[in-house]
Design a protein around this ligand. Structure first.
Ligand SMILES: [Fe+2]
Length: 320
């Protein structure tokens, strides 16, 4: 009897221990899953920087510029959760890539009213080097941090193309790189930038915010290079980014053929609003200019052009 009672009690104890183990393991697994769901976009994907290569067709590109390679750095957002060591690493990576030119399209700092961040990030940005030069404009965060100080650094860096254009020569051929003021915090000034450029020459515009292409201007521009959107930072599969800080919600990332021009939007390197990235890896874009084939311009849909122009961006050859 006692033995039986003891056995029954023993079984109850064993059951209780088993239950405790099961619930403990269950809690561990749930906690690990929760940590993964929160931790991955916060601490992992935001630092999984890619180098993505894009072949970008440019109408009227002089033959001597076929294959001209441009490294595009944008939206560093130096500040919280984007330490200076990471900025330095990215600058070194940009310098190490074989290229002809580097362009930067703003948001180098993150926080409002922080002149110290401007004074820390620009000494790193001026280390960028390329055979045909480094050209930059500002973004809304640079204005929010301090317009005067950001403009001072832009001018003294020797990279300034805001409201102006510079010729890039290759043998007897040339193209032009010009820059727009930020769409939110400055005048675009596109016609002003290219006012001295002879009509018919190839023009590339740097504009932080891709909505800039829909502003009023008369200059014929063959390619606009932008950032600002961060690709949405979070991309829902088969749907897209739920939040985009632009008026035209088609302007998320990649290559888009608009009525006025060809527009390239990088996913950028940093973060804004919430420090997460999910299914939207940060990127250094390497843009290889190619001559636009006859017929590509005529009636091709943006979707087809977008697919055709990403031959290596998502493949092993496009990452390093
Ligand atoms: Fe940004």
């Amino acid at each position: 009897m006692c033995a039986r009672i003891g056995f029954q009690q023993g079984c109850s104890v064993i059951d209780a221990v088993g239950m405790n183990r099961r619930s403990f393991l269950k809690r561990c697994l749930l906690s690990a899953a929760a940590a993964g769901v929160i931790g991955y976009p916060l601490f992992v994907e935001r630092y999984r920087f890619q180098v993505n290569r894009y072949d970008v067709p440019v109408a009227g590109l002089p033959p001597k510029f076929e294959g001209f390679t441009v490294v595009h750095l944008t939206d560093l957002h130096y500040g919280p959760l984007m330490p200076l060591a990471v900025v330095r690493h990215l600058i070194r990576r940009a310098n190490a890539i074989e290229k002809d030119m580097i362009v930067c399209t703003g948001d180098y700092v993150h926080e409002h009213n922080r002149t110290k961040q401007i004074d820390r990030v620009w000494p790193e940005l001026v280390k960028l080097q390329a055979p045909h030069g480094v050209y930059s404009v500002l973004g809304n965060h640079d204005h929010w941090a301090d317009t005067r100080k950001s403009l001072d650094w832009l001018r003294t860096s020797g990279q300034d193309v805001r409201h102006r254009a510079v010729p890039i020569n290759r043998g007897s051929a040339r193209i032009w790189i010009g820059g727009a003021g930020d769409f939110w915090e400055d005048a675009p000034g596109i016609d002003q930038a290219f006012r001295t450029v002879p009509p018919g020459e190839t023009k590339i515009l740097l504009a932080h915010n891709p909505d800039t292409v829909d502003t009023a201007y008369h200059t014929r521009i063959q390619l606009v290079i932008s950032g600002h959107t961060h690709g949405g930072q979070v991309v829902v599969p088969f749907w897209g980014p739920p939040i985009l800080p632009v008026l035209n919600k088609k302007y998320s990332s990649g290559l888009i053929h608009t009525q006025k021009t060809t527009l390239f939007i990088s996913r950028g390197l940093g973060w804004a609003i919430v420090p997460v990235r999910l299914n939207c890896l940060p990127e250094l874009a390497v843009i290889r200019l190619v001559r636009q084939q006859r017929g590509v311009d005529a009636g091709i849909s943006p979707r087809v052009l977008q697919r055709a122009s990403l031959p290596a961006g998502q493949t092993k050859s496009g990452r390093s």
